[in-house]
Design a protein around this ligand. Structure first.
Ligand SMILES: [Cu+2]
Length: 98
């Protein structure tokens, strides 16, 4: 394979991952809010398995794509949310009440 071909292939792969990250087909994951830290765009959630990033159930912090997503969330709330891996951060792209 030529270098040009490999570069094109790499670009295609990168692009398909961006499309995947933005797609609405991300699975909804059940969780319960533990802490909301608005100044860090962070929320701590006790979550069930997250199949699209291969993570089992645990309690951990997540970044949110937009601080507005944390509006009206408080500890104890049961939620559904979707996560993508972005620059080695796990980022919540959507979150709603269960
Ligand atoms: Cu986790």
């Amino acid at each position: 394979m030529s270098k040009k071909y490999l570069l094109l292939l790499g670009l295609l792969l990168a692009f398909s991952q961006i499309v995947w990250a933005d797609s609405k087909s991300l699975p909804w994951v059940n969780g319960e809010i533990r802490r909301v830290v608005k100044q860090n765009n962070t929320v701590v959630i006790k979550h069930e398995e997250i199949p699209n990033i291969g993570m089992s159930a645990m309690t951990m912090p997540f970044k949110v794509k937009d601080v507005g997503l944390l509006e009206n969330l408080k500890p104890g709330d049961k939620v559904k949310f979707s996560v993508v891996e972005e620059n080695q951060d796990l980022v919540i792209t959507q979150i709603k009440p269960q």
